[in-house]
Design a protein around this ligand. Sequence first.
Ligand code: FES
Length: 111
Amino acid sequence: MNGYYSGQILARVDELADPCAIVVRTDEYVTLIVTRRGETFAAFRNKCPHAGYPLQRADGRVIVQEGRYMVCAAHGASFGLSDGACAGGPCNGDGLESVAIVVRDGVVSVA
Ligand code: FES
């Protein structure tokens, strides 16, 4: 059990700002992060490789910097919006775990 399933709808493309990183709840215990940068979309498990916290701030928003990085609210690790790769801070080279998606008919779904 991953906490999400193939075909599960995560977001509508027209609801995703460019750029953005949003938190999407997929079951009672699991949230994913869905990102957009231009026409590139991606999804990741919402678990920072530094200390395992979710990335969002207390208000539920994920910080996006320079239009291409998301920043973990806990201790400031930053990750590429499109690939989840560590881009600085205490992630020490470890990136976010990708979740395969499909974008079709204006909808982002789990592959
Ligand atoms: S848990 Fe994300 S930077 Fe520490």
